[in-house]
Design a protein around this ligand. Structure first.
Ligand SMILES: Nc1ncnc2c1ncn2[C@@H]1O[C@H](COP(=O)(O)OP(=O)(O)OP(=O)(O)O)[C@@H](O)[C@H]1O
Length: 300
């Protein structure tokens, strides 16, 4: 569990994090979203004791990072995957990390196995692809078998296979009851990865809610309808907000449920070729809720 209360960070006159309070609970993946410069990395650094809050505090399992007896056994993090000695092998890198944190070295082979790097453990980490480096970083985060895991932009630059692997791996970690906190700016990816979201803008909390609720609150469901008798249907829909989709001749209806449109059509003998309820996307919800807080906006 991670609990931030009134967390604030100033860099000179820049307010990077502004009175931020949130809770990241175990057993699910929590996404950390915000436009560029919103303060995500700064917040994560404060969780890990790498930056000191100007005000407020953030606790990991009830303690400040500095108060944890063996930090790696409580919280593991992947901040920068390329943070390895390029000439060390993956195994040597992890053994060094284990020894310097009083973790038994037998754990190294376990984590290599967990992330699927056993076969290449003897190779120098400097020659790893980004996907492999990312797995090595995750292996390092898991060394102390921590209950809390932080990942800063873990899928950045990965190919679809690497992205899928990370997504499934995170789900597994959460199913094991761990607290998984992951920042990303890839919204469609986050929609599939995170069950819970913390959204910030200009250092302030915009929303903390389930992914589903976030999308539901900020967007409107629509129904796509195609019919050879579209004009008749349009007339029957009367007051509903309808819009033509010129690309494929469909009608996009807002504020009326698909079932109601189907019943209306049936009752009036109207043939339907398509009746397709569509949910809003995380992209739309995110744009809607963060448009006030984008650091640098393009002006016409
Ligand atoms: N060490 C620092 N010194 C001065 N300003 C900083 C420092 N670190 C971050 N900032 C500023 O604090 C603000 C928040 O930055 P931060 O990197 O935490 O945002 P972010 O949400 O992680 O953004 P991105 O998605 O672009 O990485 C920005 O305005 C940034 O310029």
């Amino acid at each position: 569990m991670i609990e931030a209360t009134g967390l604030t960070k100033h860099y000179g006159r820049t307010v990077a994090v502004d009175d931020l309070s949130f809770t990241v609970r175990p057993g699910r993946v929590t996404g950390f979203l915000g436009p560029n410069g919103a303060g995500k990395s700064t917040t994560m650094r404060m969780v890990l004791g790498l930056d000191r809050p100007t005000a407020g505090r953030v606790l990991v399992n009830g303690k400040r990072y500095a108060e944890l007896d063996q930090p790696l056994r409580t919280v593991g993090a992947l901040l920068d995957a390329k943070w390895v000695h390029p000439n060390r092998s993956a195994r040597a890198h992890l053994r060094w990390l284990a020894k310097s944190n009083r973790i038994p070295v037998r754990r190294v082979d376990e984590v290599l196995e967990m992330v699927g790097l056993s076969q290449v453990a003897h190779r120098r980490a400097g020659g790893f692809s980004l996907g492999m480096a990312q797995r090595l970083g995750i292996a390092g985060a898991l060394l102390g078998d921590p209950e809390v895991l932080l990942f800063d932009e873990p899928v950045n630059g990965l190919d679809p296979e690497g992205i899928l692997w990370i997504r499934q791996f995170m789900h597994r970690l959460a199913e094991q009851g761990r607290t998984v906190f992951v920042s990303s700016h890839l919204l469609s990816e986050m929609a599939q990865t995170a069950q819970e979201l913390i959204v910030i803008g200009r250092g302030k909390l915009i929303a903390q809610t389930s992914t589903e609720q976030f999308i539901r609150d900020a967007t409107e469901d629509t129904v796509r309808v195609r019919s050879p008798q579209l004009d008749q249907l349009r007339a029957l829909l009367g007051g509903a907000r309808v819009e033509d989709s010129p690309a494929d001749g469909a009608l996009v209806v807002r504020g009326v449920e698909a079932a109601r449109i189907g019943e209306l059509a049936a009752a009036n003998g109207i043939v339907l070729h398509e009746l397709n309820p569509q949910r809003g996307s995380l992209e739309e919800a995110f744009m809607q809720l963060t448009k006030e807080s984008v650091e640098y906006q393009a002006h016409d």
